[in-house]
Design a binder for this molecule. Structure first.
Ligand code: ADP
Ligand code: MG
Length: 425
C-alpha cells in the first residue's frame, strides 16, 4: 500500500480522482460505501487520487504517464472534470491525451454530466446514491463513446475547453451564489434559483451565433421534447458512434490494487475558493504568432465582426444566456431534451427581459421533465448552433464555464465534435 505517485505499479488501470470537499464533503465516503465494492466485484483495477486543493487534478493529469492508465474517472462534481479536461488539453500530446476515456461518478453538488450520462443510457431518472450506483455500474461495464468539447475564448485571449455549459446572467449567478449552500447538496440550485428570483435583474449585451444547417427544418414550435432519439435503435442512445469496450481482456484477479496515492508533487498554488474566477495560465489561441491546435476554424478574432453566415440577435436585455452541450444542467434540470454527448451541437437558450418571476420559475420547474420548451413562453428562445459570441454590456455580472466562474467580458465558443471520449451507456 501507499504507492508514491510516479512509481505506480501495474495493474492500476483506472485513475479515480476524488475531491473530498465536493458536494457535502462526503465524496470519499460515498466512494467507499457504494462504488469500491462494485469495482472489486467487477475486477476493475483502479487507483484513488484524493485531491488536496483546486487545480491539483489538473496538474496530476497534465504530468501523468497516460500509457499507464486506461481511463480517468472523476468522483466529484462537474468542476473536477473541467480541471481534468483542461489539464489534458494543456499537454503537448493533447491529441492523444484527450482520447483517454473519461468516467464520471457523482460526488458533488452539481452533477450535470453524471445525470446526462445516466439519461443517455435510457434509464429512468435517478438521484443521489441511485445515480451514483448507475454511474458506478457504467464504469464497470466500460463502454466508451465520444463526447463533444467546446473551446471557449475569453477577452484575455485565454482558451479553455468545456464539456457542459457556458452561462451568463441568471444561471451563472445561481451557480456561483448557490455555492454557499453546497452543504445541502444538489438542492442548492433550487434554493439559489428562489433567492435569485427574488432579486431578478436583466443583463444587457449582444449575442450572435452560427446556426446548425438543418434540412428540412421542422415547423416553428414543434421542437421535440421528451422523446428519446429514434435513429439507430439497436445502438445505445448516448452517441452516434459505435461504443467500444474499455476492459476487453480483464482477468478476474486484477483487482488487488486500491492505493491512496501520496500527493507531494509540485503544484501551482492557486486559491482554493471556487468563488474566485479561474486565474491559472491557460493555452492561448496564438503563441508566438503560431495558431494553437485544435484550430477554431469557425471563430474570427474577438475584435473582428462575426461572419455573414452568423445570426446576429443584436443588443438585447437578457435574463439569461445558456449554451449547453449535454442533456442535463443539474440532476433535476433536463435542459436540452434532444442533446446527446456527441451530437456536434451547442444547444443555445436565452431568455429575454420582460419575463415575469412566476413565468421564469415555471420554466425551471418544467425543466425537471424537459417540458420548458412546450410552455409556450415568448421570452424563451432555443437554437441549435455550432458557434456563438456573447458580448456583455452590463458591467456587473458573471460568466461560468461548466459551472466554474471565468473572467467576465466578451466570450466566444465553438464546438469540436467528438474530441473527447466518455464512459457511458
Ligand atoms: P461541486 O459540485 O460540489 O461544486 P466540484 O467538483 O465542482 O464539486 O468542485 C468544486 C470546486 O472545488 C472546483 O472548482 C474544483 O476545482 C475544486 N477542488 C477540487 N479539489 C479540491 C480540493 N481538494 N480542495 C478544494 N477545492 C477543490
Ligand atoms: Mg461545481
Amino acid at each position: 500500500d501507499g504507492v508514491v505517485y510516479g512509481e505506480v505499479c501495474r495493474p492500476c488501470r483506472v485513475m479515480i480522482l476524488v475531491n473530498p470537499h465536493s458536494g457535502r464533503g462526503q465524496a470519499l465516503q460515498l466512494f467507499t460505501g457504494h462504488v469500491q465494492g462494485m469495482l472489486t466485484e467487477a475486477s476493475v483495477p483502479y487507483t484513488l487520487v484524493i485531491t488536496e486543493h483546486q487545480n491539483h487534478a489538473r496538474e496530476v493529469v497534465k504530468k501523468a504517464d497516460l500509457s499507464q492508465w486506461d481511463a480517468l474517472a472523476i468522483m466529484s462534481g462537474d468542476g473536477l472534470l473541467f480541471e481534468v479536461i483542461n489539464g489534458l488539453m494543456e499537454r503537448e500530446d493533447w491529441q492523444e491525451a484527450i482520447q483517454t476515456p473519461l468516467g464520471i461518478l457523482p460526488g458533488g453538488s452539481g452533477n450535470a454530466l453524471a445525470a446526462s450520462v445516466h439519461h443517455y443510457s435510457q434509464s429512468p431518472p435517478a438521484w443521489n446514491e441511485e445515480l451514483l450506483l448507475s454511474c458506478g455500474f457504467m464504469l464497470c461495464k466500460g463502454l466508451v463513446g465520444s463526447m463533444d468539447l467546446v473551446s471557449v475564448h475569453l477577452a484575455s485571449r485565454q482558451r479553455l475547453f468545456s464539456f457542459l455549459s457556458l452561462a451568463w446572467g441568471f444561471v451563472a449567478d445561481v451557480d456561483i451564489e448557490s455555492e454557499k449552500y453546497r452543504h445541502v447538496g444538489a438542492i442548492r440550485f433550487l434554493m439559489g434559483t428562489l433567492v435569485r428570483l427574488a432579486s431578478l435583474r436583466t443583463y444587457q449585451g449582444r449575442l450572435a451565433y452560427l446556426p446548425v444547417k438543418e434540412a428540412p427544418k421542422p415547423p416553428k414550435g414543434s421542437i421535440k421534447v421528451n422523446h428519446p432519439p429514434t435513429s439507430a435503435p439497436q445502438q445505445p442512445s448516448f452517441c452516434s458512434s459505435l461504443p467500444c469496450r474499455l476492459f476487453p481482456n480483464l482477468s478476474p484477479n486484477q483487482n488487488s490494487l486500491h492505493n491512496h496515492i501520496g500527493t507531494n508533487s509540485n503544484h501551482n498554488t492557486i486559491t482554493n475558493s471556487s468563488n474566485n474566477a479561474i486565474t491559472t495560465k491557460r493555452p492561448e489561441t496564438q503563441v508566438d504568432g503560431k495558431t494553437r491546435e485544435p484550430v477554431d476554424s469557425l471563430l474570427p478574432g474577438l475584435d473582428q465582426p462575426v461572419p455573414e453566415s452568423w445570426t446576429v440577435v443584436g443588443e438585447e436585455d437578457f435574463v439569461l444566456v445558456l449554451a449547453i452541450y449535454q442533456s442535463h444542467l443539474a440532476e433535476d434540470l433536463w435542459t436540452a431534451p434532444g442533446a446527446m454527448a456527441d451530437d456536434g451541437v451547442i444547444h443555445l437558450f436565452y431568455v429575454t427581459a420582460g419575463i415575469s418571476r412566476p413565468a421564469l420559475l415555471r420554466l425551471f420547474l418544467a425543466m425537471e421533465k424537459g417540458a420548458h420548451l412546450a410552455c409556450g413562453c415568448p421570452h424563451l428562445v432555443y437554437e441549435r448552433v455550432k458557434a456563438l459570441r456573447l458580448e456583455p454590456i452590463s458591467t456587473q455580472g458573471m460568466i461560468t464555464v461548466d459551472g466554474e466562474m471565468v473572467e467576465y467580458g466578451p466570450v466566444q465558443a465553438q464546438i469540436h465534435p467528438g474530441l473527447a471520449r466518455l464512459i457511458c451507456g
